[in-house]
Write a protein that binds this ligand. Structure first.
Ligand code: ATP
Ligand code: FE2
Length: 334
């Protein structure tokens, strides 16, 4: 009936993961994902898109089954419009448009990092945090200022996750390398010198990658290299996070993205927050990685704040930035 909460279906597919999430305003109803894993080397964008197109039907129907609803019960469709790999984005957008046309329900294209923030806020209860968004392709420090989320600092070259994955790949560890490097790092004892590169609130990681690969070639223990990569790169993140808190005047931290699953990074951030008297929140494990729930949640907030999109307005944008989107549902604390 008219009083029922809105049911939102979200599709994520910016990179390696295709995922469908279903939520209503108070509950998370279902999440189904499938990850493209290249047999060798890094992600090949076309192969990722082929993977997504092959499994998207199953992923969506399983999510509907789990949520115990039919496609016609959906009130709103959200999908990740960018940033990301163009072929993957197109598969996701096409599926979302098809569902919208089929059901006659509204469609909203969502900025992917916005999804990470909004699911983090929903599941942790953070209100107006500085977000550390650390994933494969992204390394950003974001805060809400004057009606939008603004990128206060970001990587000047590669994302921290990509840096770790590329190092891992050269060491013979399959994608994604992050979890295995974390395990190896726990056994490392020797802190090797790696380039610490922070400029204002921006960071750079390719120097660390180059130096770490050199250590690998010269026979340093992989445990020590992994340990040194984590200690150096994470210390850089903590430094920019502290600066962002100071500049923005916020008193909460929210961590999101796949690299936020790393225990050592979480501990370093939590310690800094405790000393600074700041509350820190960690997005739950299952919502840290790319997923459809986060896209559904951002679409719901956008819809409720009045956003409507015609199908023509749902063109994908591989370089979509979070500060292009109005986010009026937060009133700045500072
Ligand atoms: P983006 O959000 O930029 O599109 P993505 O889709 O690659 O990038 P996620 O799915 O959020 O990002 O995260 C994947 C990344 O997280 C990979 O680089 C992976 O190695 C890294 N990762 C996962 N677990 C860990 C861990 N325990 N420690 C460090 N990194 C990790
Ligand atoms: Fe992501």
């Amino acid at each position: 009936g008219a009083m029922d909460p809105m049911i939102v279906l979200g599709l994520e597919g910016t990179a390696h993961t295709i995922s469908c999430g279903i939520i209503d305003e108070s509950r998370i109803l279902a999440m189904e994902s499938s990850m493209y894993r290249p047999k060798t080397g890094g992600i090949r964008p076309l192969d990722a898109a082929v993977h997504h197109s092959e499994v998207i039907d199953t992923v969506i129907s399983r999510a509907l089954e789990k949520a115990k609803i039919s496609i016609h019960d959906i009130d709103l469709i959200g999908f990740s419009m960018g940033p990301g790999l163009a072929p993957s984005l197109r598969v996701t957008a096409t599926a979302a448009r098809t569902i919208s046309v089929l059901t006659g329900k509204p469609i909203i294209g969502v900025n992917h990092p916005l999804g990470h923030i909004e699911i983090g806020r929903r599941v942790t209860g953070a209100i107006d945090p500085v977000m550390l968004y650390v994933s494969g392709g992204n390394t950003q420090v974001i805060a809400h200022v004057n009606g939008r989320y603004r990128v206060l600092g970001e990587t000047l070259d590669i994302g921290i996750g990509n840096m770790i994955d590329k190092f891992a790949r050269e060491a013979g560890i399959p994608f994604p390398g992050g979890p295995e490097i974390e395990k190896l790092a726990m056994k490392g004892t020797k802190l090797l010198d790696l380039p610490y590169s922070v400029k204002g609130m921006d960071t750079a990681f390719s120097g660390i990658l180059t130096a770490a690969l050199q250590y690998l070639k010269t026979g340093q223990a992989i445990e020590d290299i992994s340990y040194s990569i984590q200690e150096t790169a994470f210390a850089m993140l903590v430094e920019v996070l502290e600066r962002a808190l100071y500049v923005s005047g916020k008193d909460e931290i929210l961590m999101a993205g796949g690299v936020a699953l790393n225990r050592r990074l979480r501990d370093m951030v939590t310690n800094m927050a405790r000393e600074a008297g700041i509350r820190s929140y960690l997005t739950d494990r299952e919502y840290c990685m790319d997923n459809g729930i986060m896209i559904a949640q951002a679409a719901l907030l956008m819809y409720k704040s009045g956003v409507r999109m015609s199908v023509e307005e749902t063109a994908v944008n591989p370089r979509f930035r979070i500060d292009e989107v109005d986010a009026p549902w937060i009133t700045d604390a500072s």
